[in-house]
Design a protein around this ligand. Structure first.
Ligand code: ADP
Ligand code: MG
Length: 744
C-alpha cells in the first residue's frame, strides 16, 4: 500500500518525494517577526502606523479584506461597482481651467468586448505612468453613458515576487493589487485582492511588502496543540497565513482565515476563562451566607407584584454568588422594563441583613433619582435607611450622608459618579450595583467595588442593551451572566404594524383616533425638530427625501387628523422648564398626544399611553426603534406601535424584523447580522471587540467551538503548563491582545 500523496496546502499540487526530501529544514524564529517594518518614505511610514503595522509580524497578519474576479466591459452594469482588466488606448489630462476644479485624467480603455472612458481624479501623473498599451486593472463604477469612475487601479501585469516593477505611490484609499502574476495574468481571470489600506500606504504597496517579507511567514510559532489541529482539521499557522495572502482560490483563503480566527478566538477565551478562574479563587469579599430573614419577609409580603420566573432565577443565582468569599462579577442583562431593579435590590438587602452596606451607581442624575424612587417604593414598610447622592446634593446634606455612610448608620445609597469621589467612605460596603455599566469606564466601575485597604465588594453590572449570546461571549466572556427575558406579567406585548403610503397612513390615524376616544394617550415621534434642520450626528437627508419635523406635525395634525384632541410638543431644543411642563401635561392626561423627537427614549413612563406612531422609521436603527416602542405597553392596555415611512421602506429588513419580533435579544441578533452583511473588514471596525481575523457574528460557530476547547483545556490544565499548551500559555502570559477588562 502506498501512503496517500502529499499535497501542498495552498495549491493542492502533489508533492513529489524529491521535493519533500529537498525541502529546507527550518525552525521558526518568532523574534524576527518583532523586527520593525522598514519603509522607504515618511508618508508610507505614517500610513503603516495608522493601520497599526509596526512590525514584520503585524504586516504578515494584515490580510486582504476582499478579492474579486474581474469582469469584461460588456458585462458592466450602470452604477454597479466592478473590476475590469483593460488596455489603455489613449490617455490625456484635462486642463484645469477654474480654481477648485479637480485635475482629471481621462483614458480610453478597452478589452476584447468594448471600450469605456476611464476617469481618474486628482492624479495628473498617471498620464506618464499609464501610456497607451499599458494593461490595467481598474475598480470603479460605470456611469452607463460610456464613462467609468475609477476608485482603485493597478498594473495588470503583476509585479514579480520581490516587488520589481510594482507600481508605488498611488493616491490614498484602497487600491486593487494583482495577486500572483503566474498563470493568472496570462489570460484567464485575474484575482484582485484588496488590502485594507490608508492614506500613504496603498493596497498595492502592502502586497509588495508582504511578498518581500514572505520568508518570515515560517517564523510564526504554532500555538495550537496538535490534537486540536488534527481534530478540527486545521492547517498549521504558516500555511494558513501563506494561503490567506496568496491562494488563488477564494474558498481556500477563507479556510485559512477561519484557521487564524479560531486560534484568535481560542486565545481570547482562554484569557477570559483564566481571568474568571483567578477571580473565583480569589477570596476576601464578605460572604453573605446567613439564612435570609429580612429578604424573605420582604419577598413574601413587601412586593406589590409576583416575581417572574426569570427574576426568581436571577435572585437565586446572585444569592449563590454573594454567599462566597470570591467577589461576584455578574452581568445582569434585561431590557428596559424587565424588572432589574427588584433583582438588584434583593442583592442589596442581602448586604443589609448581614449588617453591611450596598450602593447603586447610575450614569445620570435622572436615572439615579428614578432608582431612588423605585427603591423606596419597592421597600414598602421595611425600615431600611436609604439616601440619594448626586452632584446636585446640597453641601450640608452631602456631609451628613457621608458621615452616616462612614459610620455605618446608612445601609443603602443610590447615586451617580458622586459615589466614587475620594472622600466617600463606607463602614462596610458588601454589594455594589452598576447600572448601565457600559456608560462607565473600568476605573470608575472598579473605584466603587475596590477600595484601598477594604474587602472587595460583590459587583452586579446591569445593562438594558440586549447583547446576543455570541457577542456576550466574545466581549464579556470573563463575566458570569444572567438574563431577564420574560416581561413582567400583565403587560401584553406591543403589536407593531407598518404603514407606507397614504392609504395605510390614513388607516393608522383612524386606529389612533379610536384609541384616543377610548381614553388612551399616544406618542407621535418625528426625526426632526424643525423642517430642513439637520439633526447633528445623523446622516443628512438625501435629495428628495422628506423628513417630518415635530413642529410642523403639531401644526398639521392639530388642524387635520387630530383636530379633536389635545396635542403637546416635546423636543430637545426646548428649555428645561418648558420640557417639564410638556411632560407634566402629558403625564396628568391633560394632553392626549405628545408630539416629540427621540428625547422620549429616556425616562418617560405613562402607563395610559397605548399608541406610538413613528415617522420616517426607516431613519432609525433597530435598537433605537425597539427602545422607543418600549415607551408604550407599560400599563394593562393592549398597545400599538406603528412604523411609518415612504413606500421605498416597504422592503426594509429592519422594519420587518421589528414588526415580527418583540424580544430585544432576538432583535439584537438580527441587527448584528444585518449590520455585518456586506461588510468587508472584519469585526474590528464594528465595535464588536478587537479581533484581527475573526468576524462576528459569521464566526459564531467557531467562537462556540473555541469556547468549548478553551473550557476543556482550562479544566485539564489550568496553568496551561503541559508541553502541548506551553506556547499558548506563554503567549497569554505575555499579555495577548485584548480589550480592557470589564472588571478587575
Ligand atoms: P428595568 O429593568 O428597566 O430597570 P425596573 O426594575 O425599573 O425595570 O422595572 C420596571 C417596572 O416594572 C417597575 O415599575 C417595577 O416595579 C415593575 N416590575 C418589576 N418586576 C415586576 C413584576 N414581576 N411584575 C410586575 N411589575 C414588575
Ligand atoms: Mg432600570
Amino acid at each position: 500500500m502506498h501512503p496517500p500523496a502529499a499535497r501542498a496546502f495552498s495549491s493542492g499540487e502533489p508533492l513529489a518525494r524529491e521535493r519533500l526530501l529537498g525541502a529546507p529544514v527550518r525552525w521558526p524564529r518568532p523574534s524576527r517577526l518583532q523586527a520593525p517594518l522598514r519603509l522607504p518614505g515618511k508618508r508610507m511610514a505614517a500610513g503603516a502606523r495608522t493601520l497599526g503595522l509596526d512590525t514584520v509580524g503585524d504586516l504578515l497578519q494584515h490580510l486582504p479584506s476582499d478579492s474579486r474576479e474581474s469582469r469584461t466591459l460588456a458585462e458592466l452594469r450602470a452604477g454597479e461597482p466592478a473590476t475590469v482588466e483593460v488596455v489603455v488606448r489613449s490617455i490625456s489630462a484635462r486642463p484645469v481651467r477654474r480654481r477648485g476644479m479637480r485635475p482629471l485624467v481621462e483614458a480610453r480603455v478597452a478589452d476584447a468586448g468594448g471600450s469605456v472612458r476611464a476617469r481618474f481624479f486628482n492624479q495628473p501623473w498617471l498620464v506618464e505612468r499609464y501610456p497607451p498599451g499599458t494593461r490595467l486593472l481598474l475598480h470603479g463604477k460605470p456611469d452607463g453613458r460610456g464613462g467609468f469612475g475609477v476608485s482603485h487601479h493597478a498594473l495588470a501585469a503583476g509585479p514579480a515576487a520581490g516587488g520589481a516593477g510594482a507600481p508605488a505611490g498611488e493616491s490614498g484609499g484602497r487600491i486593487g493589487a494583482v495577486v500572483p502574476a503566474g498563470e493568472a495574468a496570462e489570460g484567464g481571470t485575474a484575482t484582485v485582492a484588496h488590502y485594507p489600506a490608508t492614506e500613504g500606504l496603498s493596497s498595492t504597496q502592502i502586497l509588495t511588502l508582504v511578498r518581500g517579507a514572505r520568508a518570515s511567514l515560517g517564523d510564526f510559532p504554532e500555538l495550537l496543540p496538535a490534537a486540536v489541529r488534527a481534530g478540527c482539521e486545521l492547517p498549521d499557522k504558516p500555511a494558513a497565513l501563506t494561503a490567506a495572502h496568496f491562494a488563488e482560490d477564494q474558498d481556500e483563503r477563507e479556510r485559512a482565515r477561519r484557521r487564524l480566527a479560531f486560534e484568535e478566538l481560542l486565545a481570547t477565551q482562554l484569557l477570559f476563562l483564566r481571568r474568571r478562574a483567578r477571580r473565583r479563587s480569589r477570596s476576601g469579599a464578605i460572604a453573605l451566607a446567613e439564612p435570609p430573614r429580612l429578604t424573605e419577609r420582604w419577598l413574601a409580603s413587601g412586593l406589590p407584584f409576583a416575581l417572574t420566573g426569570d427574576q426568581r432565577h436571577a435572585i437565586e443565582e446572585i444569592a449563590g454568588d454573594l454567599g462566597r468569599t470570591a467577589p461576584m462579577q455578574r452581568l445582569l442583562m434585561g431590557e428596559v422594563g424587565s424588572g432589574k431593579t427588584v433583582v438588584a435590590l434583593h442583592a442589596m438587602l442581602r448586604a443589609v441583613e448581614h449588617g453591611a452596606q450596598a450602593a447603586m451607581m447610575a450614569p445620570t442624575e435622572t436615572l439615579a433619582e428614578q432608582h431612588f424612587a423605585t427603591i423606596q417604593q419597592l421597600l414598602g414598610p421595611e425600615p431600611v435607611s436609604v439616601a440619594l447622592l448626586t452632584g446636585s446634593t446640597p453641601g450640608r446634606r452631602r456631609s451628613e450622608i457621608l458621615a452616616r455612610l462612614a459610620g455605618g448608620e446608612l445601609s443603602l445609597v443610590v447615586g451617580t459618579h458622586a459615589l466614587i469621589e475620594p472622600d466617600v467612605r463606607f463602614a462596610e460596603l458588601a454589594v455594589a450595583v452598576v447600572d448601565e455599566q457600559h456608560r462607565f469606564g473600568v476605573r470608575q466601575r472598579t473605584a466603587l467595588s475596590e477600595r484601598p485597604g477594604r474587602p472587595p465588594a460583590h459587583t452586579l453590572h446591569m445593562t438594558a442593551t440586549p447583547i446576543p449570546r455570541t457577542l456576550a461571549l466574545a466581549r464579556y466572556g470573563d463575566l458570569d451572566t444572567t438574563l431577564l427575558r420574560e416581561r413582567p406579567a400583565g403587560r401584553p406585548p406591543v403589536r407593531t404594524s407598518l404603514a407606507f403610503g397614504e392609504q395605510e397612513r390614513a388607516a393608522a390615524y383612524e386606529e389612533l383616533r379610536e384609541q384616543l376616544r377610548a381614553g388612551r394617550q399616544a406618542y407621535v415621534v418625528c426625526p426632526l425638530i424643525e423642517e430642513g434642520e439637520p439633526v447633528p450626528g445623523t446622516t443628512p437627508p438625501a435629495a428628495g427625501e422628506e423628513l417630518r419635523a415635530a413642529r410642523s406635525e403639531l401644526v398639521r395634525l392639530s388642524g387635520g387628523e387630530l383636530a379633536d384632541f389635545g396635542l403637546v410638543l416635546l423636543h430637545g431644543g426646548m428649555r428645561p422648564r418648558e420640557k417639564q411642563e410638556a411632560m407634566a401635561a402629558f403625564a396628568s392626561g391633560a394632553a392626549d398626544v405628545l408630539i416629540a423627537t427621540t428625547v422620549i427614549e429616556v425616562g418617560i413612563d405613562v402607563p395610559n399611553a397605548a399608541v406610538m406612531l413613528i415617522e420616517n422609521a426607516e431613519r432609525f436603527g433597530i435598537s433605537q426603534l425597539h427602545q422607543l416602542r418600549g415607551r408604550v405597553g407599560r400599563g394593562e392596555h393592549p398597545s400599538l406601535c406603528c412604523l411609518m415611512g415612504p413606500s421605498s421602506a416597504r422592503r426594509s429588513a429592519r422594519l420587518r424584523a421589528l414588526a415580527e419580533y418583540s424580544d430585544g435579544f432576538r432583535l439584537a441578533e438580527i441587527d448584528l447580522r444585518l449590520r455585518s452583511e456586506g461588510e468587508l473588514v472584519g469585526t474590528r471596525q464594528s465595535g464588536l471587540g478587537s479581533y484581527r481575523f475573526a468576524r462576528l457574528p459569521e464566526d459564531e460557530r467557531l467562537l462556540e467551538l473555541a469556547r468549548r476547547h478553551g473550557e476543556r483545556m482550562t479544566a485539564e490544565d489550568p496553568e496551561l503548563s503541559a508541553p502541548e499548551h506551553a506556547l499558548l500559555g506563554a503567549w497569554l502570559a505575555a499579555g495577548g491582545e485584548l480589550e480592557e477588562p470589564l472588571a478587575a
